[in-house]
Design a protein around this ligand. Structure first.
Ligand code: ASP
Length: 436
């Protein structure tokens, strides 16, 4: 079958660029009140918010149904423990690597050394991160319906895993439930595809509005911080993940990065790895050939606990704030930053700007003033968009590596440049394959 003339991905990329051009122009020219009300706070806001709401609408049903279907597709329950252990180990490893790279770069570049903090914006008051014991206690939902209503991802994962295991152990009756969840999964994926077809409009509206309201002039005094972090994020996405994919799974990194363009665009424009879950799952299963039994578990888990980009921001921000306040960090301090930023990434919610809140944990750990966060808030939105893109890419890379090691990655789909291409025309859902 020939590739469609305008695959969705290309339309999304064009929409992003057009959104940037419109947003930056509106920002530079300065808009009249009427344009601001009708276009920026009217049309663009409504279209962008509707799009993000539609994505979020799919997250809980998709994660629950897909995870139950995924667990029941596993040949034995032990595989579940293995996948979980690999996911946890790789997520922690990639995050620790990410912070180390960010710290190494920041220490060498030294952002913030000549920074004048004289007219810094209002003070920042951070919220405390939850205690680790509470995180453990909260893993088991007292009410699964409440967990779903609140979108508590870890609780939904725990309930879905237990439910899925029970389904497989319930013999013939469980088989009916299993078939039902398999069918539901196909139906929900179909709905996700509808939203993906609307992506060019949603992405355009989100990006245009962000750039219209984010003055680029804020960037200049913080250019060193901004550029150091951007470079660190680029290294993680373009060097670390490709290296891990190649060395641990023998997968072609160029194919991976090319196929990750849709989730990357969604993550960039929404700044929320949580809202991007449906697209990440769709891409992994339909384009990269990762079996549902791995993707349905590793993606929501990764979106919740694996935030490599966020941890990198925390590393660079710590060095920047230390430089501004003239504090010398010791080697122990740096090690503490790696440790706390890795743990903070586990506790960071997959929604915009939360990384700044958990940064308070890292700063207090090394005795830096939490108010320093006020210095970087101004440029955080743009950096949030970039780090979320890295967060999502990291989840997908780890999913591919686990799938490959579990023989749950369909190499033919991974290699096929046209796999899962959506041209906007409805097509029958392919039958799910089972892992070898
Ligand atoms: N926006 C990030 C995410 O959703 C979290 C953060 O760093 O604020 O992945």
């Amino acid at each position: 079958m020939a590739a469609p003339a305008h695959p969705l991905t290309r339309r999304i990329v064009i929409a992003m660029l057009a959104g940037m051009v419109l947003g930056v122009s509106l920002n530079l020219v300065g808009v009249a009140d009427r344009v601001q009300t009708m276009l920026v706070d009217g049309l663009l806001k409504v279209a962008g918010t509707l799009f993000v709401s539609a994505l979020k609408m799919m997250v809980v049903p998709l994660v629950f149904v897909s995870l139950v279907a995924g667990v029941t597709a596993l040949s034995d329950v032990r595989a579940l423990g293995r996948i979980g252990a690999k996911a946890l180990a790789l997520y922690l490893l990639t995050t620790a690597l990410a912070v180390s790279i960010a710290l190494g770069l920041a220490v060498n570049v030294g952002p913030g050394q000549n920074f004048d903090a004289g007219d810094s914006p209002a003070r920042f008051s951070g919220k405390d991160a939850p205690a680790f014991s509470q995180v453990l206690i909260d893993l088991v939902p007292t009410n699964p319906v409440a967990a779903m209503a609140e979108g508590n991802m870890l609780q939904i994962i725990v309930f879905a895993l237990l439910f899925g295991v029970a389904v497989t152990m319930s013999g013939k009756r469980g088989q009916h439930v299993l078939n039902l969840f398999g069918d539901l999964n196909t139906v929900i994926m179909h709905m996700v595809e509808w939203i993906m077809r609307l992506a060019p409009y949603g992405v355009f509206a989100l990006i245009a509005r962000t750039f219209a309201s984010q003055g680029l002039d804020l960037l200049l005094p913080l250019a060193a911080y901004f550029l150091t972090l951007t470079a660190a994020l680029a290294i993680q996405a373009l060097v670390t993940y490709p290296f891990l994919l190649k060395s641990l799974a023998g997968l072609n990194p160029a194919t991976f990065l090319k196929k990750m363009r849709d989730p990357a665009a969604f993550a960039f424009s929404t700044a929320s790895s949580g809202a991007t879950i449906p697209v990440t799952l769709h891409t992994l299963e339909k384009k990269l050939g990762v079996h549902n039994s791995v993707a349905s578990f590793s993606v929501p888990l990764g979106a919740t606990i694996n935030m490599d980009g966020t941890a990198m921001m925390q590393g660079v921000a710590t060095v920047f704030i230390a430089n501004v306040y003239g504090v010398d960090l010791s080697l122990t301090d740096y090690l503490l930053v790696v440790l706390t930023a890795t743990l903070a990434s586990v506790g960071t919610a997959a929604i915009p700007a939360v990384g700044l809140v958990t940064l308070t944990m890292v700063l207090s750990q090394v005795g830096l003033p939490v108010e320093g966060i006020a210095l970087i808030i101004g440029v955080d939105r743009l950096l949030d968009m970039m780090r979320t893109t890295v967060n999502v890419t990291g989840d997908a890379a780890v999913s591919c590596i686990i799938a490959k090691s579990e023989r749950a990655l369909d190499q033919a789909t991974f290699d096929d440049p046209h796999a899962g291409l959506s041209d906007g025309s409805p097509k029958p859902a392919p039958a799910a394959s089972t892992p070898a």
